[in-house]
Design a protein around this ligand. Structure first.
Ligand code: PEP
Ligand code: MN
Length: 349
């Protein structure tokens, strides 16, 4: 790290900083400028929190040379992480982008869920998504079927072979959700629920971590770091839009640039969710395409057997006929991109 001292920092202030750094094994070089003294400190940041230096008397600011996320960083692992499932499906690297679809909430209508699952299978999707535990803004809204919803998902998996993605909201439900899910989803609202991150870090199921509504990319990667630090390296990031000043036409601002940014700084796979990312059915196709073109490892879209009657997120869900139409075109795009993946997605520095 680089430490810039205040213009009026005393010799004692500088001495205190350099001593603490040296005590923690840092190699220290002090540059005395005309106005500011700048200290270069090379060493292992895990032994001394930069926040501790930042709080010291006479310190103006600190610049970190390495990103604070270590396990998730490209510096640690240059090759892309690839997550493989029991049925051979793979996410990440040069593999074909995966497709995850299903209703926002699993509702008490198994036939409806099955219709979506059968259509998903037909269109080449690998995952059925659906929430049995739903985080809802209002306490009066439908908040999921709980275990019954998980059982419906498991039944649809049995009939179609699709892998199941479902949200975990509370670590007390971890064992229950693990019994039914192939992938545990941590929703945007829980991206920084550190106890929950720790809990999924201690299990061995792949985790989809959705970006918090107001989270920076660095915070997003640090949330992934919490899961990895606790032992689970099977993390799939999901860009699902962030809050912006303009909500007149879209629910969130889908940050498409997050995909190549994350590809540059992390080896973890990243998927894009244009349903929550925009809140609008008509924007699902263009934004899914955009996500695929910039290198997403998968797409997650809400599909409902009757969106007008959905108990949550109907407005951003495709009906089954719409889904088939849109995904036929997405599959064509994926075929094209996949052939060119290494060529079209390499970036100029
Ligand atoms: C969902 O996937 O249905 C969901 C609630 O997503 P998010 O956490 O991104 O809002
Ligand atoms: Mn939803």
């Amino acid at each position: 790290m680089i430490i810039i001292m205040e213009r009026d920092a005393s010799a004692e202030n500088i001495q205190a900083v350099t001593s603490l750094l040296k005590e923690h094994g840092f190699q220290v070089i002090v540059h005395e400028g005309d106005v500011h003294t700048v200290i270069d400190a090379l060493g292992d940041k895990t032994t001394l929190s930069p926040g501790r230096i930042d709080a010291m008397e006479g310190v103006k600011k600190i610049k970190l040379i390495r990103e604070p996320f270590r396990l998730a960083s490209r510096d640690r692992q240059t090759e892309d992480t690839v997550i493989e499932f029991e049925n051979g499906v793979k996410i990440g690297g040069a593999n074909r982008p995966v497709l995850m679809v299903g209703p926002c909430s699993v509702e008490d209508n198994y036939e409806g869920l099955l219709k979506v699952a059968v259509a998903a299978k037909e269109m080449g999707c690998q995952f059925l998504r659906g929430g049995a535990f739903k985080p809802r803004t209002s306490p009066y809204d439908f908040d999921g079927l709980g275990e019954k919803g998980l059982q419906y998902l498991a039944k649809a998996k049995e009939e179609t072979g699709l892998l199941v993605v479902t949200e975990l909201m509370d670590s007390t439900d971890l064992d229950l959700v693990c019994r039914y899910a192939d992938v545990i989803q941590i929703g945007a609202r829980n991206m920084q629920n550190f106890k929950l991150l720790k809990a999924v870090g201690k299990c061995d199921k792949p985790v989809i971590l959705k970006r918090g509504q107001s989270s920076t990319i660095r915070e997003f990667l640090l949330a992934a770091e919490h899961i990895m630090y606790n032992g689970n390296e099977k993390v799939i990031l999901c860009e699902r839009g962030v809050r912006s000043f303009d909500s007149a036409f879209t629910r969130n601002l889908l940050d498409i640039s997050a995909v190549p940014v994350i590809k540059k700084y992390s080896h973890l796979p990243i998927i894009v969710d244009p349903s929550h990312g925009t809140g609008q059915r008509y924007l699902i196709e263009p934004m899914a395409k955009a996500g695929l073109v910039v290198g997403a490892d998968g797409i997650m879209v809400e599909v409902h057997h009757n969106p007008a009657c959905a108990l949550s997120d109907g407005k951003q869900s495709l009906s089954i006929p719409q889904f088939k139409e849109v995904f036929a075109r997405l599959n064509t795009l994926i075929d094209t991109l996949h052939l060119e993946k290494n060529v079209s997605l390499s970036c100029v520095e």
